[in-house]
Write a protein that binds this ligand. Structure first.
Ligand code: PBG
Length: 343
């Protein structure tokens, strides 16, 4: 009523006009928000992890991952075609292996006609320009559910490396573009690089799951590939990292880079954004992040309950990976996010 707002007077405590700097000015219009936006999410950021199972014209829902299915090779090729048309640069293939094929020596991993190899060939035949990653680890084939060979209760490092090297060659022969060791054995990147080069696969890329934590968030994935039963109450703490550690992630990653990793990964994603940030700042390498099954399950469960808005929550989750420093995002949301971004 004095004709002058109390707010425009010099602030009686700081003696400054209050508030001279208004952070909200740049936020008031959509055009302005777009201009000052520091990060963006595009379809070029995605790798889509997919699950393949035996048979023809078969699809099975993964109960703990609403919207995710295991597909037989023929249907998988169709799904990959849709992803390709949407502009998704690459996929990673994980197999649901029949229990009868699982053995303590995980020998199905080395069968050039195993499910993964057949899927790679079928996809590459139809979509040669689609990037194809394959996972290197023994857990889908191992009767005890571990990523390495087990003897007297111990997961053997060096004996496992020999199998992993052969597994990499078998996958390279099938035509994959990138081998992605997720096993966390010591020395595997160097051993696999030498094995690939020795077999003439100098151009097959390697992405190490460099900072992979012994996480509770892999549960639904183990359902999806059918390794949960074999692992039982076991855990992977003797080879995957302790969630308490951060400096250790730098050492793990430095080793993988020195051994020839072309790209590195942090896994899980959302609870580990600090690690994504540190790796990007420390190494300036292409850093991938895995928005893992448990993160996906949490999001979808909340959406199903009506507690979160799916589209906003999906896009925000993925954008935050970019802000943290990730170059590549592995996500089960790749296809839906690509559709949302294309709108
Ligand atoms: C195993 C592997 C795992 C995932 C990718 N590769 C699970 C594990 O380490 O037990 C998890 C992916 C996800 O949870 O989405 N080699």
């Amino acid at each position: 009523f004095l004709g002058v707002s109390v707010l425009s007077r010099p602030h009686f405590l700081t003696n400054e006009a209050f508030p001279r700097t208004r952070m909200r000015r740049n936020r008031q219009h959509e055009w302005s928000r777009r201009l000052v936006s520091e990060n963006s999410l595009t379809v070029d950021d995605f790798v889509w992890p997919i699950f393949v199972l035996e048979g023809e014209n078969r699809r099975e829902a993964v109960a703990s991952m609403p919207g995710v299915e295991r597909l037989s090779v023929d249907l998988l090729v169709g799904a990959v075609g849709e992803a390709y048309e949407l502009g998704i640069p690459a996929i990673e293939i994980f197999p649901y292996t029949d229990e009868s094929l699982k053995t303590p020596d995980a020998k199905e991993a080395l069968n050039p006609d195993n499910l993964v190899c057949r899927a790679v060939r079928a996809i590459k035949e139809k979509y040669p320009d689609m990037g194809v990653y394959t996972d290197i680890a023994l857990d889908p084939y191992n009767s005890d559910g571990h990523d390495g060979l087990v003897k007297e209760g111990r997961v053997l490092n060096d004996a496992t490396l020999e199998v992993l090297c052969k597994q990499a060659i078998v996958q390279a022969q099938a035509g994959c573009d990138v081998v992605a060791p997720s096993d966390m054995m010591d020395g595997r990147m160097g051993a696999i690089r030498d094995a690939l080069d020795g077999a003439g696969f100098h151009n097959v890329q390697m992405m190490s799951y460099a900072a992979k934590y012994a996480s509770a968030f892999y549960g639904p994935f183990r359902d999806a590939v059918g390794s949960a039963g074999s692992l039982g109450k076991g855990d992977k703490k003797t080879y995957q990292m302790d969630p308490a550690n951060s400096d250790e992630a730098l050492r793990e990653t430095a080793l993988d880079i020195a051994e020839g990793s072309d790209m590195v990964m942090v896994k899980p994603g959302m609870p580990y954004l600090d690690i994504v940030h540190r790796l990007k700042e420390s190494f300036g390498m292409p850093v991938s992040v895995y928005h893992v099954s448990g993160e996906y399950a949490m999001l979808k469960a909340a959406v199903q309950n009506g507690w979160l808005d799916n589209d906003h929550a999906v896009l925000e989750s993925l954008l935050c990976f970019k802000r943290a420093g990730a170059d590549v995002i592995f996500t089960y949301c790749a296809v839906e996010a690509a559709k949302l971004l294309a709108k």
